[in-house]
Design a protein around this ligand. Structure first.
Ligand SMILES: *Cc1c(COP(=O)(O)O)cnc(C)c1O
Length: 441
């Protein structure tokens, strides 16, 4: 971790480092991408389907404790929709054409936790709860899981603890579901975490510990707490397979949604997906599932703030978590709090090597212009982090044409779907929304 980084040497090998340091827009095409995901024992599509089945088992419980999920039968998921007015606005402002359709995956409106963290975070806590209950003979997979709402189960789970380190949204999702089940839960929050997120958690009975330092140290503190206590489960945002699988289930569900919407994805109809990236687990899990399903027909890009391009830096240099954005002189300070991560997950970066098409950077001022435009054009509110995805199609047209040509996609672009993965926003309080809508930087 603390190996000395020879930045001069690295910059010669990877000239894009200079561009990152100069805070220019950077588009990095991944040279290790393959046509399909190589099979491995560590992760498989069978595990993703297994995760989907687990969420199904829990659906009667979720429906019981979160009545808002009744319309989806206790399944926590979001819509996909075309955003034509936003597309027109971008094209008009930028004087470019985005060939094909522009669509939005609305994870900003995921019920219960209001961000993509509702996928991985809730899944991991449910997995832990199920394991405990089954191993103590209190539950079988054939039971109606609505019974977990009984006071006896809450008393049982109260003996156990859950800890997590977070910039905000993961803490929200873990805190909300853990407190609901009855666990004692501690969220270690980094300095950039927003005040309203801490307040909301405390209101739900979650212990929030605040740090002056950044995300990586909040995670380290959580890990240390759990290591001292055998009754404490640590949700490891940097390494957790459960989180990753919970996110990956999104791909299976998206495939069905696109089929229902009669959107084709095949060799003649490429699917481009743009995901905001922090430590990597959320976008990585989704990307993993999509690549398994669509192979060479899906082209996945991760967007990161100019001051926090940790995944781009880690994957490009192959150093993953051995290099941080501070090593090249960046601050890791951004209004996109969900993406304020200086060091990417090595687990995710390694899995992503054959999978993603590339990464790009975006500046904070775009995030706020996009936030306002999306609200005015589509009446959709997404938090700043989520707008890192919106920049993807613009970046592809501006700086990604080599990628298009070398993948033989020029004459297929008119059939393309550009899917922007909106990652958060629904829980942002009214006053802060107003503030964001008026922010110009
Ligand atoms: C956490 C988060 C992301 C990125 O997910 P990672 O797993 O950290 O890469 C993107 N957008 C929002 C709103 C988030 O909260």
């Amino acid at each position: 971790m603390n190996k000395k980084i020879d930045v001069n040497n690295l910059s010669q090998q990877y000239p894009l480092i200079k561009e990152l340091q100069n805070l220019n827009y950077v588009f990095w095409a991944n040279p290790k991408k393959q046509q399909s995901q190589p099979q491995s024992n560590a992760l498989s599509m069978a595990m993703v389907y297994d995760a989907e089945a687990r969420l199904k088992r829990f659906s009667s419980y979720i429906k019981e404790v979160y009545p808002i999920t009744r319309i989806s039968d206790g399944i926590i998921d979001s819509d996909v929709k075309e955003i034509e007015a936003m597309k027109k606005l971008i094209e008009g402002r930028r004087g470019l054409t985005i060939p094909g359709k522009l669509m939005l995956k609305c994870d900003h409106s995921l019920p219960v936790a209001g961000s993509i963290k509702a996928r991985g975070g809730i899944y991991e806590v449910l997995t832990y709860a199920e394991k405990l209950a089954i191993s103590h003979g209190l539950l079988t997979e054939q039971d109606d899981y609505a019974k977990l709402h009984d006071e006896s189960f809450r008393n049982f789970f109260r003996q156990y603890k859950i800890a997590v380190g977070s910039t905000g949204n993961l803490g929200l999702s873990i805190g909300i579901i853990s407190a609901q089940l009855g666990f004692q839960v501690t969220v270690h929050m980094s300095a950039d975490a927003k005040r309203w997120k801490k307040a909301l958690l405390r209101k739900k009975g979650v212990e929030v510990i605040e740090y002056d330092s950044d995300y990586s140290e909040a995670v380290a503190a959580g890990r240390a707490q759990a290591a001292r206590d055998s009754m404490c489960h640590f949700v490891d945002d940097e390494n957790s397979k459960e989180l990753f699988l919970g996110y990956a289930v999104a791909a299976v569900r998206l495939q069905k949604q696109l089929q229902q919407a009669k959107v084709s994805v095949d060799a003649e109809h490429p699917l481009f997906v743009y995901l905001p990236c922090g430590v990597g687990g959320g976008p990585g899990g989704v990307a993993y599932g999509l690549k398994q399903i669509y192979g060479d027909d899906v082209h996945i890009f991760f967007g990161e703030p100019m001051q926090s391009p940790c995944m781009l830096l880690g994957m490009m240099t192959g150093l993953h978590d051995e290099i941080s954005v501070a090593d090249i002189g960046l601050t890791n300070v951004t209004e996109a709090d969900g993406l304020a991560v200086g060091r990417a997950s090595k687990f995710v970066g390694t899995v992503m090597e054959p999978v993603i098409s590339g990464c790009y950077t975006v500046d904070d001022s775009f995030l706020f212009r996009s936030l306002k435009a999306m609200y005015e054009q589509e009446n959709i509110f997404m938090e700043p982090s989520a707008h890192a995805g919106v920049y993807g199609p613009i970046e592809l047209i501006n700086r990604g044409m080599d990628y298009i040509r070398s993948n033989g996609l020029e004459d297929k672009l008119d059939n393309a779907v550009h899917l922007v993965w909106s990652t958060g926003g629904d829980l942002v309080p009214h006053e802060l929304r107003q503030h964001y809508l008026q922010t110009e930087i």
